[in-house]
Ligand binder design. Structure first.
Ligand SMILES: [Fe+2]
Length: 314
């Protein structure tokens, strides 16, 4: 995967471009628009701002423009360029290819922020679209098996093989630890917090503090766990290759199938509360205390039940 940052100066626009790799774009700052032409159909123009998410449909010609005369705009992209370029190693084939993929364009409304909710089950509910105007306001669905107060939506963007999802941690909560392949790029969207990382059997926990504007990628099969230290909900966007509709790899099929919220002791990818390292809840409790915040009462109840592992909870 490739992750890159594009800054558009005030009033600037990009040259038209199309390519045979997929690209998912998250707007970090500024205001602007994107025009997309595809398959001989009328072009689509949509306007984005900080907090927007969109996909560039496969090989559709596009241009980005900054509509502000004063401020730069910043677009963070995750793409499948390395995979495609390494497979074909021919720039003209990848960047100047007449093939069109009209089925990737979807209904016009998918460029206006409309979409289709595809109910499956908690943690697998999907929203199919090309453009999400504001991730901060998007309605999420409860996913308690990933932790109390956890909510999520899986995005199906431009019928692509690139994956995106958004998760929320309620105030005073954290998600259970889990592990998977190395390509999930995590962009904090609201709030702030920290994540812990460790390899199986590793005595040390590595900590990373985050806030909007950051991006990080948990390494291959490294356990990681996200903690909200904000006084309100915290959201993050994750972008990877191999989507819930087109998983592509065995890792993604396992993850989006049963693995993501199943106990590691039962062949899954998740560490349940009762199996947590005692340092995990202790650190979270201390962090909240330092900030004058309270843990979610449901979490306190869970710590009580597993109290032997967390002695400072009374
Ligand atoms: Fe993860």
């Amino acid at each position: 995967m490739d992750c890159h940052l594009l800054e558009l100066p005030p009033g600037a626009q990009t040259e038209p471009l199309r390519h045979l790799y997929e690209e998912v774009v998250h707007v970090l700052a500024g205001r602007g628009g994107t025009t997309i032409e595809a398959g001989g159909r009328t072009g689509h123009t949509f306007e984005w701002a900080a907090g927007s998410l969109f996909a560039l449909p496969l090989n559709a010609r596009y241009r980005h423009f900054n509509t502000s005369g004063q401020k730069p705009a910043r677009l963070a992209s995750v793409t499948s360029l390395p995979l495609v370029l390494n497979a074909f190693h021919d720039l003209a084939f990848v960047f100047d290819n007449p093939a069109s993929f009209p089925e990737r364009i979807g209904p016009d409304g998918h460029f206006r922020g409309e979409g289709r909710f595809l109910p499956v089950r908690p943690g697998r509910h999907q929203w199919e679209t090309n453009f999400v105007p504001d991730l901060r306001a998007f309605e999420l669905r409860s996913w308690e098996r990933r932790g109390v107060g956890s909510a999520n939506i899986k995005f199906v963007l431009a019928d692509g093989t690139m994956h995106a999802h958004m998760s929320e941690l309620a105030a005073g909560t954290y998600k259970k630890a889990h592990r998977h392949g190395p390509d999930f790029h995590i962009f904090p969207v609201t709030g702030h917090g920290y994540s812990l990382f460790w390899r199986e059997g590793d005595p040390d926990l590595v900590r990373l503090d985050w806030q909007p504007g950051w991006v990080y990628a948990p390494p291959d099969q490294v356990f990681h766990q996200h903690f909200n230290t904000a006084p309100h909900a915290a959201r993050y966007l994750a972008v990877a290759f191999g989507s819930i509709r087109y998983p592509f790899s065995a890792d993604k099929r396992g993850l989006f199938g049963d693995g993501v919220d199943r106990n590691v002791a039962r062949g899954g990818r998740q560490v349940e509360y009762q199996d947590e390292d005692p340092r995990v809840p202790a650190m979270f409790r201390a962090e909240l205390q330092r900030r004058g915040l309270d843990p979610d009462p449901r979490l306190v109840e869970i710590w009580r039940r597993t109290g032997a592992r967390c002695p400072e909870v009374t």
